[in-house]
Write a protein that binds this ligand. Structure first.
Ligand SMILES: Cc1ncc(COP(=O)(O)O)c(C=O)c1O
Length: 390
């Protein structure tokens, strides 16, 4: 059997492979990236399943439209117009099988083999994987404390084959970093000169802000070709696979719809009815506030433990929301090499390598704090520090 170059070039998920070794009860794992299951509103969802079936019967089990359940799209449009001062309608939204599917679809719709994708470095590895299927050329742009490096962004935009730029402006995966308003404006000032380069703002964590105030999107109303991706994975339940893509560019959305039709006809309609019922019968804001309080406690525990135990040669980000802390070891250190040492001490993290499109043995790593209690977090950081202190 011979396989396509497309799949042969696409790495299998490094994190899933790592999770196989870290999945033992003795291991304190900061390697995962899962929402804390205690945040899933299981009982309320049970009520919604029953109510949605009682009220809609076989519609939950029948084939449905590719763009998604209209009331759910309207709910999202209203929410985003209110929260982010956008002017979108339900027709500017397609419900996707997680925001992950939106990444694959956009890669398929916009990129020919060899075309350029501008991406944050480090960047979300699931996006790198999804885009790899389109066999692109990546143009990485350094992600600094306050957002993209503007000089590098300008150079990347000058590449004649650059098709889109992929960003995670809030509590980025893997770094936890958030673009400041000034940086958002500076990125906009560059991109407004390149109307053919589509801006993708992937924002699954934006609602999980435990410090500071919510900022507007880089594109929003001012860049008509921009795309926002959203997800209920981090605020309701990831297993429902409820994501969405928003854009006012009709041509782009028509092509995305065709690609989605080819991929899976439509997103699970059972989940869409249940989610819509859940959102319209519960205080979603109060539910999200509980998740924020939980993650704030966990991130505080991690930051305090890092402060207490880590040597001064090591630095890390201080997230204002989301699920991750990004650590930088002294130059020349390979986080990958330290991974096996850490596993001997029963503590796990994700070495930085898979978050880069062209670098290896980097001195950076990702820590996730949402899956452990504050006490376990402190113990895990202590173990890590004992290795890094060597
Ligand atoms: C930045 C980013 N985008 C997209 C996703 C995919 O989320 P989902 O497909 O569950 O909506 C994730 C998941 O971790 C993520 O971190």
């Amino acid at each position: 059997m011979e396989f396509s170059q497309r799949i042969l070039n696409t790495p299998s998920s490094f994190i899933r492979n790592i999770l196989k070794v870290t999945d033992s009860p003795n291991v304190i794992s900061f390697a995962g990236g899962l929402p804390n299951p205690i945040s899933f509103p299981v009982e309320k969802l049970r009520e919604s399943v029953n109510r949605a079936i009682d009220e809609n019967g076989t519609k939950l089990f029948q084939y449905s439209t590719t763009s998604g359940y209209a009331p759910l799209r309207q709910y999202i449009a209203d929410k985003y117009n209110r929260q982010y001062d956008l002017d979108i309608t339900a027709d500017d939204i397609i419900i996707t099988t997680g925001s992950q599917q939106a990444l694959t679809l956009l890669g398929q719709v916009l990129v020919n083999e060899g075309d350029g994708i501008i991406i944050e470095e480090p960047g979300y590895l699931g996006a790198i994987q999804a885009f790899m299927l389109a066999q692109p050329t990546f143009y990485p742009v350094t992600l600094e404390q306050d957002g993209l490096n503007i000089q590098e962004l300008k150079q990347a935009c000058e590449k004649p084959n650059a098709k889109f730029i992929y960003t995670v402006p809030n509590f980025q995966n893997p770094t936890g970093l958030t673009y400041t308003q000034e940086k958002r404006d500076a990125v906009y000032d560059v991109l407004k000169n390149y109307p053919d380069i589509v801006l993708i703002e992937d924002d699954p964590y934006g609602e999980l802000r435990f410090e500071g105030t919510s900022l507007s999107y880089i594109g929003g109303k001012r860049l008509p070709n921009s795309v926002i991706l959203g997800s209920f994975s981090k605020t309701v339940a990831p297993g429902m696979r409820m994501g969405f893509i928003i854009s006012k560019n009709k041509e782009l959305m028509n092509h995305v719809e065709t690609a989605k039709q080819a991929a899976d006809l439509h997103t699970n309609i059972f989940s869409q009815y249940v989610l819509y019922d859940y959102l319209t019968h519960n205080e979603y804001g109060e539910h999200v506030a509980k998740i924020i309080a939980l993650y704030k406690e966990q991130s505080t525990a991690m930051l305090q433990a890092l402060e207490k135990y880590m040597p001064p040669t090591i630095t890390w980000t201080k997230p204002e929301g989301g699920m991750f802390v990004w650590m930088t070891l002294p130059a020349g250190t390979s986080a990958l090499d330290l991974f096996s040492e850490a596993m001997k001490a029963d503590v796990a993290f994700v070495p930085g390598d898979p978050f880069y499109t062209g670098k290896q043995n980097v001195p950076t790593l990702r820590l996730n704090y949402t899956s452990s209690t504050p006490e376990v977090i402190e113990e895990g950081v202590k173990r890590l520090a004992s290795i890094f202190n060597k």
